[in-house]
Unconditional design. Structure first.
Length: 329
């Protein structure tokens, strides 16, 4: 995923196609009252459809497509000919895309490749006058109009689908870990908020197995209230199967930092605390075994912990084992 091309939010003005009107045509033939009704039905208006595409990782291709208008259905014709259906518009979106209205109500969600869901339905075509004939009214002059088009403002949000979400303050070593265990190339530097957008990487595991890891931009205290990068990227954590908390070994208080991270997630969405959690103490190539032993006594309770160093490749294999076990328990 190219970070400078990552777009996870777009606003669209959508209009489905209106249904074509039914025809009130009469067939002119000897012996039939007024020629007999033979008006065909109108065609359905075009739908606006979302389709999941596993090859997409961003909504970038929709960023400048502000208006999405489907075509109207055509009116019915003589000899019971139905009008042509309005052409549907199919929007390809990455897996994890959620559609909602501006008030926040969720409409639908795309989670599988090839999954198709109607975002804005087209109007139904009207019936022709042939549908309304009976023994009393053998020459109906009435035909249904087509249903009107639907206009709506739709918000598309991408929530990354990943097995493991990396959670931590800036400079906790999240991007470095992702670059070591996968082919992802996130930006790495020694300053806060190096990672400005999420990055995904496929992590190879034993016997040709793999799992997907997401590097979420760093959280700071107050993120749920809009500080730092705010809540923009916290929603990506919602679709992760488990969370790997990462805290650098030079933190003045690892347990307190862990509680701050938990608190920010809880403020954003309390359900996030129900996910499985692991804790990785990072950058441990800077400390010796004696100090590591002392630090273990002060680790937060209730979460499995491991000391790692991405640069020194320390306990990286063991970390993968812990993640795999947690994912499949």
């Amino acid at each position: 995923m190219a970070s400078n091309n990552f777009i996870d939010y777009v606003k669209l003005i959508c209009r489905s196609g209106k249904g074509g009107a039914g025809s009130h045509h009469f067939f002119r033939a000897k012996g039939l009252p007024n020629g007999g009704p033979d008006g065909g039905d109108g065609g359905r208006g075009g739908h606006i459809i979302l389709e999941g595409n596993s090859q997409l990782w961003t909504l970038l291709h929709l960023q400048y497509q502000k208006h999405v208008f489907a075509k109207d259905g055509e009116g019915g014709g003589e000899n019971l000919r139905s009008g042509a259906q309005g052409e549907d518009i199919v929007l390809q979106v990455p897996l994890g895309t959620v559609a909602r209205d501006p008030e926040g109500g969720q409409l639908l969600e795309i989670t599988e490749h090839g999954q198709r869901l109607v975002l804005v339905p087209g109007g139904r075509g009207g019936w022709g006058n042939d549908h309304f004939k009976n023994s009393i009214n053998q020459a109906p002059t009435y035909a249904q109009p087509g249903e009107p088009a639907i206009e709506a403002i739709i918000i598309l949000e991408l929530k990354l689908l990943a097995d493991v979400g990396l959670v931590g303050f800036p400079n906790a070593g999240k991007s470095t870990l992702l670059s070591v265990v996968s082919a992802a190339k996130p930006k790495i530097a020694d300053y806060a908020f190096t990672t400005l957008v999420p990055n995904l990487g496929v992590v190879a595991y034993r016997d040709y197995k793999s799992f997907v890891m997401a590097d979420i931009p760093g959280i700071i205290e107050g993120a749920a209230e809009g500080k730092g990068l705010g809540t923009r990227f916290l929603r990506h954590i919602e679709r992760n199967s488990m969370l790997l908390f990462m805290i650098a070994c030079d933190s003045p208080d690892i347990a307190a930092e862990y509680q701050v991270l938990l608190g920010e997630l809880e403020q954003f969405n309390p359900e996030l605390l129900e996910k499985r959690r692991l804790l990785a103490i990072t950058k441990t190539d800077m400390i010796d075994e004696e100090l590591e032993t002392e630090m273990r006594l002060a680790l937060p309770e209730g979460v499995p912990a491991i000391f790692i160093s991405s640069l020194a490749n320390k306990n990286i294999v063991q970390l993968k084992d812990l993640i795999w076990k947690a994912l499949h328990e």
